[in-house]
Design a protein around this ligand. Structure first.
Ligand SMILES: C[S@@+](CC[C@H](N)C(=O)[O-])C[C@H]1O[C@@H](n2cnc3c(N)ncnc32)[C@H](O)[C@@H]1O
Length: 153
């Protein structure tokens, strides 16, 4: 089976599990690491690692619901905001990194708690530009495009 991963590499998937009865990392012998194989296999079932998927989704959201639309996937911000102080502490200058921020309200809720060194990172340039514009007046909130799986910060 041929699979194209998000990194545009072609993986020849001999499907070890069905041919030998166990899962092996035979990709390594073809020059692919186990992690690269996992990414490729995941790409078969989910587009969630693809920046283009998220760009399209966030652009559609903006068209349909407007520039200030936000969506919290897992739970409302109010349910987790107190955990931030619990784990980060009371120091309002503490550096906070929000990974895969999307258009969630979490970063703004952290800002509203008084924290002033918040970096929010997402792989979608579209949502990052939307959020930069939305919170352009919030000094201490920074939005950057980046891959959480390949951080250089
Ligand atoms: C399910 S949404 C969650 C958004 C937000 N954290 C929330 O809870 O509502 C996943 C977000 O992660 C981003 N994402 C996916 N893969 C990523 C990666 N490798 N690095 C950074 N962001 C990523 C997507 O663009 C998307 O905005």
């Amino acid at each position: 089976m041929q699979v194209q991963s998000s990194r545009q590499q072609n993986f020849s998937m001999a499907d070890d599990a069905t041919t030998s009865g166990q899962s092996t990392a035979s990709g390594a012998s073809q020059g692919f690491s186990f992690k690269e194989r996992l990414i490729a296999e995941n790409a078969l079932v989910s587009p969630y690692g693809e920046p283009t998927y998220w760009d399209e989704r966030y652009e559609n959201n903006r068209r349909e619901f407007g520039q200030n639309y936000s969506f919290d996937w897992y739970c409302g911000t109010e349910k987790i905001i107190d955990l931030v102080e619990l784990h980060v502490g009371k120091e309002r200058g503490a550096k906070i990194l929000v990974l895969g921020c999307g258009n969630s309200n979490l970063s703004k809720a952290i800002f509203d708690k008084g924290y002033r060194s918040i970096t929010s990172l997402d792989i979608s340039p579209i949502v990052v530009s939307q959020m930069i514009y939305r919170f352009r007046e919030c000094e201490g909130m920074e939005y950057v495009v980046g891959d959480a799986m390949n951080l250089s910060m």
